[in-house]
Design a binder for this molecule. Structure first.
Ligand SMILES: [Zn+2]
Ligand SMILES: [Zn+2]
Ligand SMILES: [Zn+2]
Length: 154
């Protein structure tokens, strides 16, 4: 994540969209930063026992609508949220999710989007939205996997 991104940066992004800085929002955003890479609403609820669930849900929705955080769907059916500053704000993107270290990387691809556009045309189907998450092993987890020794090499 970009090191310039901090709570104040998020609060000013919210301000620009008409959301005032309140103590509650400040607490929620600080908790998101302290949770690190990705978090669930339950994580926030546990970390902010003095705030009501409804307040936390409402603010998470605002952050998601403003595309400050994005929702990532895991292969076990759960979803987590993460701060969305690796790419530009408001840019459509997809996720690479490592099943070993749980890291989540973001990518976008013009080729992929134009492929979907041609599927849409070929099927006469109007696509409103789509989601794509790729599951596997990231480069550092792949590097730490033991090298298989072939039997015929003995
Ligand atoms: Zn994302
Ligand atoms: Zn990994
Ligand atoms: Zn896409």
């Amino acid at each position: 994540m970009n090191n310039n991104v901090n709570s104040l940066y998020v609060l000013s992004a919210m301000n620009r969209s008409g959301y005032r800085t309140t103590t509650t929002r400040r607490k929620i955003i600080d908790a998101i930063f302290s949770l690190g890479n990705s978090f669930t609403v339950d994580d926030l609820i546990q970390n902010l026992p003095d705030l009501g669930r409804a307040t936390i849900f409402r603010n998470v929705k605002v952050l998601k609508d403003l595309q400050i955080i994005c929702q990532v769907f895991l292969d076990n059916g759960q979803s987590v949220y993460q701060l969305d500053f690796e790419l530009n704000l408001e840019s459509h993107h997809h996720h690479l999710i490592c099943s070993k270290c749980k890291c989540i990387q973001e990518f976008n691809s013009k080729e992929l989007e134009s492929l979907l556009q041609s599927v849409s045309e070929a099927m006469s189907f109007e696509i409103n939205t789509h989601r794509l998450e790729l599951y596997g092993h990231c480069s550092s987890c792949k590097a730490s996997e033991p090298v298989e020794v072939s039997v015929s090499d003995r």
